[in-house]
Design a protein. Structure first.
Length: 632
């Protein structure tokens, strides 16, 4: 008993420290955001992904949530990745003739966003009328208070929890209380490998927590989907969350393919009918009672408009009518919501969106968190408050959470809940050990450095390749070519134009070696990765200008390491950018990101870098030595 008290006290202290570190990150990010939003010009805001300019306004209408929305599109800078997503606050602005910006005095919220089109909820029709009279309009992200508010609120709930399931989970995850498992006869899944089968069985037996640790290419999503599917044989409904909308979409789509009814809360990042069909909004609109609800909502708006200038007695009648209409609308909304949740076996959302008002009052036996190693601890607690047990899935040897305040990072804000539970409760962890993505030589270095040599290649991919007598990994040393890195700004980071040009020369040679007809016929795809945004944008611009690469436009993807998380390509080229006498490698010190980069290739990996600069770091020195051994 005494141990438990000490443990709870230490756990609460740890959570209070998390709250302080989150406050540091909040203060830093808000200050930096405001500073940049005010100080930098439109062009840099656009490149940073926090602004669209110019924009075109489209149709306006009331959506299924009875919000007035307007469509917004951009036609320029469409290849720049942006940060607009569901729930984010934005502000409209007009560029003045002297280049200054005038912001409109109302807040709006992103209701939906894809690559070049957004749907934005606005407070009133007067706002839309005002916007339609203006020219040179733009839209800019406002600082995201909502996510932080939800995280602070969640941490406070966990700290204050007493004599309930949340308090128990808190003390199990972070304290010295052991995890518990129920006795179940192990199930066989002939379509899974041994480590995947063991992981599914562990998730079914876990009373408190289980972790599916999935290194690159080991079928983490397959294992997670199977775990969810089998859990649904024992429970009526589960909550499935992830850090990003993309990950929520991916897991939702896999579940829909298995015939599982999914209710998707929030904004799907990929737009197609299949994705939209299981969103809350689309299902709400397709409900049999929606047409009546829509008519009532329209009647409410019409009655409100007609009240202006009416006599006192007429206004009183209108008020009575409004009260009756609103009462009926509320009844219908409750009925539709009850039906949607009753029909859904899986409710899916991002961690932050799990606090959406639609989910108020809902509790789940099991919560599955995908991408758990990329989520801040506080974000995980938002969803954990709604569950009795938690299944984490991810890999803390790949992309970490994004932390902008270096001090908060060094103090431990980047230590995720999944990583903490993995270290403190090793019995809860299932490591997936067979990978199905890459040639064994590409896998081996990552396995040795990050996974204690525990990974093995499935027989069907062990020796996969494109060209006869080709080495799966090549290092192109740029030391003697005298390429120079340049620092642009804190938004885009560093660039090495000569290295980018050399990379495309080498890519062109490799494409010629494979042959045009074979690439088209076999749909061989290529990825170009750089840790630096500026390098990515420069390579994209070179590709656009090149006549040689035009036939392969749809087969070549260029992105940052973060942009490639979860993806794989037949051929990967990596530009490391850094080239200096001091051995400064900055961003490349984050080895988890490099683990992602070097494990995206199925058959061929080519890395371009200045060996003299990079060898001063042990990881790159070992990597270069490993590649040299393969090539000799």
């Amino acid at each position: 008993m005494n141990n438990k008290i000490i443990s709870s006290s230490a756990v609460i202290k740890e959570l209070e420290q998390q709250k302080q570190l989150l406050q540091m990150e909040y203060n830093y990010e808000k200050e930096e955001f405001c500073k940049q939003a005010e100080a930098i010009g439109i062009a840099r805001k656009v490149k940073k992904g926090i602004c669209w300019y110019p924009i075109t306004l489209g149709r306006s209408y009331y959506n299924s949530l009875n919000q007035l929305v307007i469509e917004v599109t951009r036609s320029s800078d469409t290849d720049i990745n942006h940060s607009f997503e569901f729930g984010r606050s934005i502000r409209f602005f007009q560029e003045n003739y002297d280049g200054t910006l005038s912001y409109f005095n109302f807040a709006a919220t992103v209701s939906y966003a894809d690559d070049n089109r957004m749907v934005v909820s606005v407070p009133s029709s007067q706002v839309i009328a005002e916007l339609n009279t203006k020219e040179r309009l733009g839209i800019q992200l406002f600082f995201d208070e909502t996510s932080y508010k939800n995280m602070f609120e969640a941490l406070s709930s966990v700290i204050q929890a007493k004599d309930n399931r949340l308090a128990e989970l808190r003390d199990i995850f972070l304290g010295n209380i052991p995890v518990h498992f129920r006795e179940l006869h192990p199930m066989r899944f002939p379509w899974l490998n041994t480590s995947q089968e063991e992981a599914v069985n562990k998730t079914l037996c876990a009373k408190d927590v289980a972790i599916i640790h999935g290194p690159p290419g080991t079928g983490k999503t397959t294992t997670l989907v199977e775990s969810i599917y089998e859990t649904l044989h024992r429970e009526s409904q589960v909550l499935v969350c992830a850090q990003s909308n993309t990950a929520v979409d991916w897991i939702s789509e896999k579940l829909v393919d298995r015939g599982v009814p999914v209710l998707r809360i929030g904004n799907p990042s990929r737009v197609n009918d299949k994705m939209l069909s299981f969103t809350y909004e689309r299902q709400f609109e397709n409900h049999a009672a929606y047409s009546e609800l829509w008519s009532i909502r329209k009647a409410i708006r019409d009655t409100q408009s007609a009240m202006r200038g009416k006599s006192h007695s007429d206004k009183e009648k209108a008020h009575n009518r409004l009260n009756n209409l609103r009462s009926r609308a509320t009844e219908l909304e409750i009925r539709i919501n009850e039906d949607l949740f009753a029909n859904a076996r899986v409710v899916a959302s991002t961690l932050v969106s799990s606090n959406h008002r639609i989910l108020m009052g809902h509790h789940f036996s099991t919560l599955f968190i995908d991408e758990a190693a990329q989520a801040l601890e506080a974000a995980c607690w938002i969803a954990i408050r709604k569950a009795n047990r938690v299944i984490f899935a991810g890999d803390h040897c790949q992309l970490p959470p994004t932390i902008k305040c270096i001090e908060a990072l060094h103090e431990g804000l980047g230590n995720t809940l999944m990583e903490k539970v993995s270290k403190r409760k090793p019995l809860a962890v299932s490591l997936l050990t067979t990978q199905y993505r890459m040639h064994e030589d590409i896998m081996r270095f990552s396995s040795a450095w990050f996974y204690q040599n525990q990974l093995e290649s499935a027989p069907e991919v062990r020796y996969r390749g494109i060209l006869d007598y080709d080495i799966p990994i090549s290092w192109i040393d740029t030391t003697d070519l005298d390429f120079n890195e340049e620092y642009l700004n804190d938004t885009a980071g560093r660039i090495n134009k000569q290295e980018a040009e050399h990379l495309l020369e080498q890519l062109e040679k490799y494409i010629v070696k494979i042959g045009h007809e074979r690439i088209i016929e076999e749909r061989i795809d290529f990825g170009v990765i750089s840790p630096y945004k500026a390098q990515v944008q420069y390579i994209r611009s070179l590709l656009r200008k090149s006549s040689f690469f035009k036939p392969y436009k749809k087969m070549i993807t260029v992105n940052t390491v973060d942009g490639f998380q979860g993806q794989e390509k037949d051929v990967i080229f990596i530009s490391l950018v850094r080239a200096n006498d001091k051995g400064n490698i900055g961003f490349l010190n984050d080895l988890r990101r490099m683990n992602v980069a070097i494990t995206r290739a199925r058959m061929k990996l080519v890395i371009l870098g200045n060996a003299a600069t990079l060898k001063k770091h042990n990881f790159y020195n070992e990597l270069i030595s490993y590649i040299d051994e393969l090539n000799n």
